[in-house]
Every structure is written in structure tokens, then in C-alpha cells.
Ligand binder design. Structure first.
Ligand SMILES: [Cu+2]
Length: 107
């Protein structure tokens, strides 16, 4: 369930400075770490270190929320600020493996 992801960045990778920062690395078809626990207001940067394209897409495979959806080629990143407390599920639309579904826990 997506309680309140505030999208400040774009796929070009602008960053917001409302709070702290954290990082999710996409490597070997896994979002790492999962879950990532951050305080509300944290700007989380997702970085794709795989040679293949992945997406960072809000919601679950069965129920995407539409709050964000970014396609990242190798070496690309996107920064999303999570403004409100709650669990934010996200996944990769291109790969169905268990490592390609993850959660940001916003406290
Ligand atoms: Cu993927």
C-alpha cells in the first residue's frame, strides 16, 4: 500500500533535499537492501548496477499504484522522496523473480 510517496525526482535523477538520503542498489536482479527502513522525508536513490534494464515501479505486480514508474538502464539512477510514514511496495515490471519485489518502510 502506498501511503504517501511524494515524487520529487524525475527519471533524469533530480534529488530532493527535504531530509536525509538513502540508497537502494539493483544488483543481480535484486533490490538491496529489502526492506529499506528510512525516516519520513528521506530521498531514496535507486541505482541500477546490472547490465540489464530494470524498473522501479510503485505497488505490487498484481496491483501497481501508479505513484512512480521509472525505467533504469545500467548505471542510471532515480531519486524518490518518501514524505509520509507507511510501507511502500515497489517492483520491477520486467522481471518476475523474488528479488524484484521490495518494500521501503517509512517511519
Ligand atoms: Cu528487473
Amino acid at each position: 500500500m502506498l501511503a504517501g510517496a511524494l515524487l520529487l525526482g524525475s527519471c533524469a535523477g533530480e534529488s530532493g533535499d527535504a531530509g536525509g538520503t538513502a540508497e537502494v542498489v539493483i544488483r543481480s536482479f535484486r533490490f538491496q537492501p529489502d526492506p529499506l527502513v528510512v525516516p519520513a522525508g528521506t530521498a531514496v536513490t535507486f541505482i541500477n548496477e546490472d547490465a540489464t534494464v530494470h524498473t522501479v515501479t510503485a505497488g505490487t505486480r498484481d496491483a501497481p499504484t501508479g505513484a512512480f514508474d521509472h525505467e533504469l538502464a545500467q548505471g542510471e539512477s532515480v531519486t524518490i522522496t518518501f514524505a509520509e510514514a507507511g510501507d511502500v511496495d515497489y517492483f520491477c515490471t520486467l522481471h518476475a523473480g523474488p528479488g524484484m519485489e521490495a518494500t521501503i518502510v517509512v517511519e
